[in-house]
Design a protein around this ligand. Structure first.
Ligand code: HEM
Length: 146
């Protein structure tokens, strides 16, 4: 992981391939979410075709560009991300955290993200997704005797 540094030309944003590569990753992320994680997809704004909306996709892409070390356009347009605050209205439990990271893994696989960069991003995304949990898990019902 020591290869990934926040120096010009060395940021995860640069290593991914810049803005177009981040946008492609985000499209693959929401496409994977729609295909494999309907409960998570249903939490998002939808367009007239039932797809996760262009606005939701573009906002996340703009955020990710900055978070990965690229231009800070999201902060300029929307202010500090304050992700926990912006997810306060979204019920994030362990199931949704895991659905989110599964979708991102599929997207990174489809985008050909490998090696140290893949390891670094998987770790960072998992940490942040866990940090965003704001709802206790439903008690397990399997095997309970009444
Ligand atoms: C852990 C599970 C997560 C769930 C269930 C979740 C769900 C959501 C939902 C439902 C929205 C609103 C989209 C809309 O308006 O339609 C949203 C927005 C957003 N999410 Fe997440 N998210 C999760 C994790 C993350 C992670 C790990 C990141 C960062 C890497 C992230 C970054 C964002 C951003 C930047 C927005 C847009 C905020 C704004 O500008 O209003 N989310 N998320």
């Amino acid at each position: 992981m020591s290869e990934i540094r926040n120096e010009p030309g060395q940021t995860p944003f640069d290593k991914l391939g810049g803005r177009d590569a981040v946008k492609a990753l985000v499209e693959r992320f929401y496409d994977a979410m729609e295909e494999h994680e309907p409960t998570l997809a249903a939490l998002h704004q939808r367009d007239e075709h039932g797809r996760v909306s262009r606005e939701a996709r573009d906002r996340f892409a703009l955020f990710l560009v900055g978070w990965l070390g690229g231009p800070q356009d999201y902060m300029l347009l929307h202010g500090h991300p304050r992700l926990r605050m912006r997810h306060a209205r979204v019920p994030v439990d362990s199931a949704m955290r895991d659905a989110w990271t599964r979708s991102m893994k599929i997207a990174m696989e489809a985008s050909g993200v490998t090696g140290a960069l893949r390891e670094f991003l998987e770790t960072r995304f998992a940490e942040l997704a866990d940090f965003l949990r704001n709802t206790p898990d439903a008690p397990a019902t399997g095997g309970a005797r009444t």
